[in-house]
Design a protein around this ligand. Structure first.
Ligand SMILES: NC(=O)c1ccc[n+]([C@@H]2O[C@H](COP(=O)([O-])OP(=O)(O)OC[C@H]3O[C@@H](n4cnc5c(N)ncnc54)[C@H](OP(=O)(O)O)[C@@H]3O)[C@@H](O)[C@H]2O)c1
Length: 282
């Protein structure tokens, strides 16, 4: 940990609740590793206090902020400007304080791409992804994939939400379609060998780690990569089943590190110490 002085900058993560966040451990370890004079704290911000919280970034000249559930959408109108990605997906997870000008970005999609590409998965016009879920993280993931030209099939419990997501991003190069969130629908989407299956739902997350999305494991090719955005537990039942099927798998920890690394680089102007960040969240 950096010794705190009169010059130490403050960064934060806001959520509601936020006490479970792994980000303070990750960012404080990273600041210390590069000798950057800043500390990172978790602040509980009730949704009705979001305007006051953003005013506080200016008043206290905070270095920057990560924003998590349920504030990612609510924070946007209070910022001076946002990235094209944040505008498209309608959410911000990172605020950068540029001399009092507050700029917002969503680093989840880029973090997701960096995580799966680090395993050798190719994301291009030839690839086909089956995405379970249509919530906030699915919007970031689907946008990132389709912007690269990858084809995406979305399966979500609430089918209208999946269709809305597909419609919202219909202008992107990758083709986005919807399938039913059941064994038949997901099985049809996997048929013929999808590049990857990505779980962006919270199904299987602690404390409901005994839940599993309705993926027909027999329809899963061992060539299909399987990723779960969940990192608690470290291996969801979906990942266990996929691994036993012979698939290469990845949990959400690397995406967590990579989305944090992009924020860290905005704030410090220095490449993020990825291994230190990985160790810190373990
Ligand atoms: N690794 C990372 O860096 C990272 C980043 C962001 C999120 N995540 C993880 O991703 C997961 C989703 O987060 P989010 O922000 O996208 O949440 P969200 O916006 O609340 O969306 C939740 C999604 O899960 C689905 N869902 C929830 N309960 C379900 C159930 N019982 N059966 C079927 N579907 C269900 C929802 O379907 P409906 O639309 O039908 O309700 C929706 O698609 C969480 O586990 C979160 O921890 C990880």
């Amino acid at each position: 940990m950096i010794p705190i002085s009169g010059k130490t900058r403050v960064a934060a993560v806001w959520g509601y609740p936020v006490a479970h966040s792994a980000s303070p451990a990750m960012h404080n370890a990273a600041f210390a590793a590069i000798g950057f004079d800043a500390v990172y704290v978790a602040l509980s911000v009730a949704p009705e206090n979001i305007a006051g919280a953003v005013a506080g970034v200016r008043a206290f000249d905070l270095l920057g902020v990560n924003v998590t559930v349920p504030l990612k959408e609510l924070v946007m109108p209070h910022l001076d400007s946002v990235s094209e990605t944040a505008r498209a997906i309608g959410a911000v997870n990172t605020i950068v304080n540029r001399n009092g000008e507050l700029w917002g970005d969503s680093t989840d999609g880029a973090g997701f791409l960096a995580a799966i590409e680090s395993t050798g998965v190719a994301v291009n016009t030839e690839s086909r992804f089956v995405v379970l879920g249509a919530g906030g993280s699915a919007r970031a993931v689907v946008y990132a994939l389709a912007e690269r030209g990858a084809n995406v099939v979305i399966a979500n419990r609430n089918a209208d939400r999946a269709q809305t997501l597909a419609n919202d991003f219909a202008h992107l190069p990758g083709q986005i379609t919807r399938t039913d969130y059941d064994e038949a629908g997901i099985g049809a989407a996997l048929a013929g060998g999808a590049t990857a299956l990505i779980n962006t739902t919270s199904v299987g997350m602690q404390p409901n780690a005994d839940a599993i999305p309705p993926v027909p494991i027999a329809a899963l090719s061992s060539e299909t990569f399987v990723a779960d955005l969940i990192y608690k537990p470290r291996e969801t039942l979906l990942l266990v089943a996929a691994r036993e099927r012979g698939c290469q798998t990845q949990n959400g920890a690397e995406m967590l590190v990579r989305q944090g690394a992009i924020a860290f680089e905005y704030w410090t102007g220095t490449p993020a110490p990825l291994d230190i960040m990985r160790q810190a969240i373990r």
